[in-house]
Design a protein around this ligand. Structure first.
Ligand code: UD1
Ligand code: CA
Length: 491
């Protein structure tokens, strides 16, 4: 770790034109986190005395995102002069006048530069007693990056941007990663002399390198071994490549922690997800946000969990869940839709084609088939029939349904909220429950069935139904005649 105080400057003012997006580039997400959060994490890990973030485009949105993870960062607003050089110049002006340490400069669009890389770079800088040390990389395809022009003795001469480079310079494989250490003195001395006389009419930070070497300064360059760490993200194709790479690393990390991931290619795991040993992830699964999965749970296939907790030994199959809590050994899916505020107790069940929202379903309680359960509380050990609907919305307000423990409610019930069902209550099929049902009571709301015998023969003589009925009645004979003695006759 560094011994003298350092400042870190994060460059985040650029527009990110190449993303062609209404979202600022540095807020595009990688493994669930905005690009700039990845960079801020490494920056903060250096424990700098000053952390300065330069913003401009979509200033307020970017600033708010920065303060989420770096509440003590100093935000500097870049003025109308464009370029990384201008950004750093203004950031340096925001440092205390007596700050005399080293300045680490990182770009918000280069997300994989980690603490170890920055620490090594600082060490190299101090070892070389350099005025500037840049992190470089030899890339197979250096297109788009600034190239490092070296002298015949191999020392760094200057950096030339892609757009300003000659054909010969474009053939240079060593690129500037956009990550540097400068003495603050080097920046204070040379930035005022950087001019925007280049292809992009911008004040380039990279021009400080040429000014330094021209004036007898010492510039060191440290190539990285893991070249992917310095890949910048300027368009959506690069973003997708970076996302794949990071996901591969996250998947591998969890595999080594004891998680079975059957198909790494179709499993996407956000950076802040947490998985216990012996979790099994089946193909086509996306685990997002702060999702937590406990030991022995089986998740997937084709499941998306956002900020969801899955308890030990639970099974979650072909499910979409957001801000839900699934208890130990509970079973969810297939084809379940758990919306925010769903809390399923231990050993509970949310079955096929069930949608839940703001619903607490107690331990061992089951909503097994084809239901909508919203704004509802269900006690323990209860069972709701197939096709249960909680009618929670009267067109103006939402109301709650409260169902007790050990109830046995029939199929195709509608609970017209607000309504309460007592412990141990029961209901018949098709009940429309508008009034509270006391504990232990049976609720029936459907009129007694009328059966009109001979109706088909009377109304649809000669139809396939009438013929089939006649044959069945003939076969049943006397037995049937007796049974239907009480039925109403057809008119
Ligand atoms: C920059 C470097 C290039 C390097 C590459 C590495 C310069 C002139 N060029 O090019 O040598 O190979 O990064 O990824 O520095 N930004 C500001 N203010 C501005 C312009 C940009 O804060 O006025 C920020 C951007 O938000 C971004 C970073 O600086 O986070 C880099 O800017 P970008 O325009 O992406 O530079 P590159 O063309 O990639
Ligand atoms: Ca860039």
């Amino acid at each position: 770790m560094p011994t003298s105080p350092i400042a870190v400057i994060v460059l985040a003012a650029g527009q990110g034109t190449r993303m062609r997006s209404s979202t600022p580039k540095v807020l595009h997400r990688l493994a669930g986190l905005p690009l700039i959060h990845h960079v801020l994490e490494s920056a903060r890990a250096l424990d700098p005395a000053h952390l300065v973030v330069v913003v401009r485009h979509d200033r307020d949105t970017v600033a708010a995102s920065v303060l989420e993870v770096a509440p003590h960062a100093t935000l500097v607003d870049q003025d109308e002069l464009p370029g990384t050089g201008r950004a750093v110049e203004q950031a340096v002006e925001a440092l205390p006048a007596d700050f005399a340490g080293d300045v680490v400069v990182v770009s918000a669009d280069v997300p994989f530069v980690d603490l170890a890389t920055l620490t090594d770079l600082l060490a190299r800088h101090r070892e070389a007693a350099a005025d500037a040390t840049l992190l470089s990389a030899f890339l197979e395809n250096p297109t788009g990056y600034g190239r490092i022009v070296r002298r015949s003795d191999d020392s760094v001469d200057r950096i030339v941007e892609q757009k300003d480079a000659t054909e010969k310079e474009r053939a240079i494989a060593e690129i500037n990663s956009g990550t540097y250490v400068f003495t603050v003195a080097a920046l204070r001395t040379h930035l005022p002399f950087v001019t925007p006389s280049n292809a992009q009419n911008e004040k380039y930070l990279t021009d400080v390198i040429g000014l330094l070497t021209l004036n007898g300064g010492i510039v060191a360059a440290k190539p990285v071994d893991e070249t992917w760490r310095v890949e910048g993200i300027n368009d959506r194709a690069q973003l997708a490549v970076a996302a794949r790479r990071l996901n591969d690393r996250i998947v591998r990390h969890w595999q080594l922690e004891g998680v079975s991931i059957l198909d790494p290619q179709t499993t996407w795991i956000d950076r802040d997800v947490s998985l216990a040993a012996d979790v099994e992830i089946l193909p086509g699964t996306q685990l997002k946000g702060a999702t937590v999965i406990e030991a022995g749970a089986i998740v997937g296939p084709d499941t998306t969990l956002v900020d969801t907790e899955v308890g030990e030994g639970a099974t979650v199959k072909r499910t979409d869940a957001t801000l839900a809590v699934i208890g130990a050994r509970a079973s969810v899916g297939p084809f379940s839709y758990l919306r925010p505020g769903t809390i399923l107790g231990a050993d509970g069940k949310i079955g096929g084609f069930v949608e839940t929202k703001n619903a607490t379903i107690g331990a061992g309680s089951k909503v097994p088939h084809l239901s909508y359960i919203g704004d509802t509380e269900i006690g323990e050990g209860s069972n709701l029939g197939a096709g249960t609907i909680t009618a929670n919305y009267d067109g103006v307000n939402k109301h709650r349904t409260v169902i007790g423990s050990h109830v046995r409610m029939g199929s195709h019930n509608v609970y017209v909220a607000p309504v309460r069902i007592g412990d141990g209550a029961a209901s018949g099929a098709g009940a429309v429950v508008r009034k509270d049902v006391p504990p232990g009571s049976l609720a029936l709301s459907v009129a007694p069935q009328r059966t009109i015998s001979g109706w088909v023969e009377a109304k649809r003589p000669g139809s396939a139904g009438a013929v089939a009925a006649a044959a069945a009645l003939a076969a049943d004979g006397a037995e049937h005649d007796q049974k239907s003695a009480n039925d109403e006759p057809a008119e």
